[in-house]
Design a protein around this ligand. Structure first.
Ligand code: SF4
Ligand code: SF4
Length: 323
């Protein structure tokens, strides 16, 4: 059995909700078929109060071996470094994080808040929130960039707002079945299997992107057009498998007519949610999107965009989803 302890810091519980929606495997499958022994989880466990405190204390002292410590939400350090904005089991949550990360064999950060700080760490960051091993993309965070778990690994980062259920369960399956060596991480500690391609890879609007055909409208009724040019879609910049491993095996944001917000990236939320920056493509000189896909510069973009728009065939402007 692989023991798992899951705690929540500065979080909306969205990643827990995503986890509970997993269906292949389900959370029950993880416990019955894949050997996970969930010591405590805020939405699954029946222990409360002193009983919960005892479980945490036993793990921290080593009386109960802890294989996997999962953390969801930001580490709240305020006010003044005390962590008292987030008390749990009669201690600042950050102190539990310190103790439990020092004994766990493997530490997994679930969601953008635990990985990078996420929404709660956006400026002005009144709770002094940060991620476990990064702060908005800068190495360090709460544990520091040199920190390693008892098994010698950095924090395994599974970002997303929330993370896709399969990203969570498949990593837990690998850990529960002793296949941690199969998990290769990118330079930000993300499992490569989910975070090498982009949201853009597999988006049903790709032909509109190539021919620079935009849309100014949200929603399912607007299946024509790409949302990169007007609506701020971060699909070509965001490392995610959202259009390869569909949500609910059905769809994705961009397929449903909603721009990708780039929630798997350390810069999320981009522009710290300043007015006029959400769902709006930030432009340079009113002509070129400010945020370019990796390895593309503004000049090349400008030249290619002009040519593609002129060359666009009629079918690239039509709704091809005929029923
Ligand atoms: S809507 Fe977004 S993800 Fe889809 S093709 Fe356009 S830029 Fe790419
Ligand atoms: S489509 Fe974009 S914003 Fe939505 S979950 Fe995927 S990476 Fe995050």
């Amino acid at each position: 059995m692989t023991t798992v302890l899951w705690l929540q810091g500065g979080a909306c519980s969205g990643n827990t909700m995503s986890f509970l929606n997993a269906n292949k495997p389900t959370v029950v499958d993880l416990i019955t078929d894949f050997g996970l022994d969930v010591l405590w989880h805020p939405s699954l466990s029946v222990e409360m109060g002193k009983d919960t405190q005892q479980i945490l204390a036993d793990c921290a002292s080593g009386a109960r071996p802890l294989d996997v410590f999962v953390f969801e939400g930001s580490v709240i350090q305020g006010p003044d470094g005390s962590g008292r904005f987030d008390m749990f089991a009669e201690r600042p949550m950050k102190d539990w994080v310190t103790d439990l990360t020092s004994v766990a064999s493997i530490v997994v950060a679930i969601g953008s808040c635990a990985t990078w700080g996420g929404l709660v760490a956006a400026e002005p960051n009144p709770t002094d929130s940060t991620g476990l091993q990064y702060h908005r993309g800068t190495p360090g965070g709460y544990l520091g960039s040199d920190w390693r778990s008892a098994s010698g690994l950095p924090v395994i980062n599974i970002p997303g707002c929330p993370a896709h259920p399969d990203w969570i369960t498949q990593i837990l399956v690998a850990l529960g079945t002793g296949r941690v060596k199969d998990i290769t991480l990118d330079e930000l500690g993300r499992p490569r299997t989910f975070f090498t391609s982009f949201t853009h890879s597999g988006c049903s609007r790709n032909s509109f992107y190539e021919y620079k055909q935009d849309t100014e409208f949200f929603g399912e009724g607007t299946r024509t057009g790409c949302m990169f040019y007007e609506l701020g879609c971060k699909g070509p910049l965001a490392h995610s498998s959202c259009n390869r491993i569909l949500w609910n095996r059905q769809s994705s944001k961009t397929r449903a007519g909603m721009p990708c917000l780039g929630c798997t990236e350390p810069a999320f939320p981009f522009d710290d949610l300043a007015p006029g920056t959400v769902f709006t493509t930030q432009m340079i000189a009113g002509a070129v999107p400010r945020d370019m896909p990796p390895d593309q510069d503004h000049l090349t973009y400008l030249a290619m965009a002009g040519a593609a728009k002129v060359a666009a065939p009629q079918w690239a402007k039509d709704d091809m989803f005929v029923v």
